[in-house]
Design a protein around this ligand. Structure first.
Ligand code: ADP
Length: 304
């Protein structure tokens, strides 16, 4: 089983020629609405890849919150029993504007996600072979309590510290698997290098990121595949060859499917491979949640 404590957002995506100046109104070309938030996306990714998933989170006591919960409830294997309705704050919203150059500019309002408190994750019962997963769209003290509870019950913890922000040491100590993309790796390693990391830089970065002896550091590298470093070995996997149409959701697909595979008891290399297949498949369709692949699709690609 996989337990995800994380964000749930209403995504509102608007296409426009150019963004308005202060005081100006411009016409937009189209609008679309979708379920988003890294917590929700990764929970869906884990469920589609075959895990029984419990999502712990918060939405507002508003129409968006109601609809998002209803959407999440249509996912097989995903329970929203741990999602509560917060009063006094809105559902989290991501207002995404995409201009004529396909450049994104996003306003993210955390809303109810910021109100997810340690008490909300403090008494989640789990099996000793469970995997728990969080990202940085909910408060770090909440994740810390969640991971503490997980370890007390023998479960393993996966942190995807995205979007990048300064990490509290007392949280990092409780992370068994740290999963970052290249941008986040550069941020957390605090090095001088920009852009693509060389093999040596990856090894150095992973060593710099590791906070305790048992910790596994995973760096996803887009079409360059995935890199993982444990205290005893370095694993590098090539990306699966696909024809990408939209890379949105690749990271979430990877993390969710990786958590499922760990929960299934796969060894690290195989769990990374499952994640890489899920990430590759997510790039072959547009959108975030709609592009997250099923277990059957992942197994097909891996068997090819
Ligand atoms: P993020 O979406 O967080 O930036 P990545 O781009 O690193 O994350 O994607 C996560 C994983 O998905 C990669 O490690 C890789 O295995 C897979 N992936 C991403 N982009 C591609 C691609 N263009 N072709 C094949 N696999 C991809």
């Amino acid at each position: 089983n996989v337990y995800v404590a994380g964000s749930i957002n209403q995504d509102i995506a608007v296409r426009l020629e150019r963004r308005p100046q202060p005081g100006e109104t411009v016409p937009g070309e189209s609008a679309s609405f979708g379920l988003g938030g890294k917590g929700a996306n990764q929970a869906i990714a884990a469920a589609r890849s075959g895990a029984a998933v419990e999502l712990i989170g918060a939405v507002g006591d508003d129409r968006f919150g109601e609809e998002l919960l209803a959407d999440l409830d249509t996912e097989d294997g995903l329970s929203t029993a741990g999602v509560h309705r917060a009063s006094n704050t809105s559902t989290g919203v991501a207002l995404i504007t995409v201009d004529a150059d396909s450049e994104n500019a996003i306003v993210a309002v955390p809303g109810a996600n910021a109100a997810l408190a340690p008490a909300d994750v403090g008494d989640v019962g789990m099996e000793d072979d469970a995997v728990v997963l969080s990202q940085f769209e909910i408060p770090q003290p909440t994740i810390r309590t969640f991971f503490e509870q997980a370890h007390a019950q023998g479960a393993r913890t996966v942190l995807n510290p995205a979007p990048a922000e300064t990490v509290r040491e007392d949280l990092l100590e409780r992370v068994d698997f740290l999963v970052v993309n290249e941008t986040e790796a550069l941020f957390y390693a605090d090095g001088d290098s920009k852009g693509q990391l060389s093999q040596d830089e990856l090894v150095e970065t992973a060593a710099a990121l590791r906070t305790h002896d048992e910790q596994v550091v995973v760096v996803t590298l887009g079409e360059a595949g995935v890199f993982a470093s444990t205290p005893s070995e370095t694993i590098e996997l090539d990306a699966y060859a696909v024809d990408p149409v939209d890379t949105t959701g690749a990271g979430d697909a990877f993390v969710g499917a990786f958590a499922t595979a760990l929960g299934d008891g796969l060894r690290l290399r195989d769990a990374l491979d499952v994640g890489a297949a899920a990430g590759a498949l997510a790039t072959t369709q547009t959108g975030a949640a709609p592009s997250l692949p099923t277990r059957a699709a992942i197994e097909d690609l891996r068997a090819d």
